[in-house]
Design a protein around this ligand. Structure first.
Ligand code: ZN
Length: 289
């Protein structure tokens, strides 16, 4: 506690005194640009890792950066999400998992928790889709690799849970909301961001459109953080062709005679649930530089 009280004094004398304008402005209200959902883990500091100021991030934190599906819990998460989007007009959400997540370790050994920590057990049920997906699709992984996969997949599960909220669904429909999946690596301070196009986690700069990048965004930082990659299993190599249908919209078939086109890049949900992890060694070569 002594450390905290000293910290309070330091904060006032060093930070508050040199940011008078910011505090004046914040006293009139908040206008955060991003809803940042992350784990309660003490090793994550959202403002510090994004180098943002007070007032920039609206933060929800809990064990495992979990978003209970709409209607599944009466906790503060749903209310905070609704408030962030409806009242504050936030248009960007980041769901940020992290390496060495204790909640995800617990999820992989959920049976042990039921007796010792019944509330944690109940809470982690909101990540049961992650647990089952990992169990059924990554059975040949274990230990650290399996944990890494679970962390990465859980971010995607929680993004799906977010989409069950009416306010989120409606804003997505209006194209007024963007949701990003990040994994923060405690050992290096690096973040990798989920890229829906390639179904893999990449340096976040790769998601800034080329014309919006400045010199500080390139080249992408290369660190020794363990790479995580989720991607679709290899599809059978059948060429698809366009078949005309009465309303003029093309449909895709594998046996038509008309000119061949690449298979559509749209991925149905049942396929996206079959993403495969490519492991550290296989993926080491293709890190973006
Ligand atoms: Zn955690």
């Amino acid at each position: 506690m002594k450390k905290l009280i000293h910290g309070l004094q330091e904060f006032r004398s060093r930070y508050v005194s040199t940011h008078q304008d910011l505090f004046e402005q914040l006293a009139h209200g908040q206008k955060p640009r991003v809803l940042f959902i992350t784990c309660s883990d003490s090793r994550i500091a959202p403002n510090m890792l994004t180098n943002t100021d007070l007032g920039d991030l609206f933060v929800i934190r809990n064990a495992g950066n979990i978003v209970p599906p709409f209607g599944a819990a009466n906790g503060g998460e749903g209310a905070s999400i609704e408030y962030a989007i409806h009242a504050l007009g936030i248009e960007q959400i980041v769901v940020c998992g992290h390496s060495h997540c204790g909640a995800m370790k617990g999820l992989l050994q959920i049976g042990k928790l039921e007796e010792q920590m019944p509330l944690v057990y109940d809470w982690l049920r909101h990540a049961d889709a992650t647990r089952r997906l990992v169990q059924e699709n990554y059975s040949n992984y274990s230990g650290e690799e399996l944990l890494e996969i679970t962390i990465a997949e859980n971010v995607l599960t929680q993004i799906e849970n977010l989409k069950t909220y009416p306010v989120v669904r409606s804003r997505l429909y209006q194209k007024k909301l963007q949701i990003y999946g990040w994994v923060y690596y405690i050992e290096t301070g690096e973040v990798l961001a989920f890229d829906p196009e390639t179904h893999s986690y990449l340096p976040p700069q790769s998601q800034i459109p080329a014309h919006e990048r400045d010199s500080s965004d390139l080249p992408f930082t290369v660190t020794t953080a363990p790479p995580v990659a989720c991607e679709l299993p290899q599809q059978p190599e059948t060429e698809t062709s366009v078949v005309a249908i009465p309303n003029g919209q093309p449909s895709y078939a594998t046996n038509g005679n008309s000119h061949s086109v690449p298979a559509p890049t749209w991925i149905p949900p049942e396929q996206s649930a079959r993403r495969v992890y490519r492991g550290n060694r296989a993926n080491g070569k293709r890190r973006v530089r």
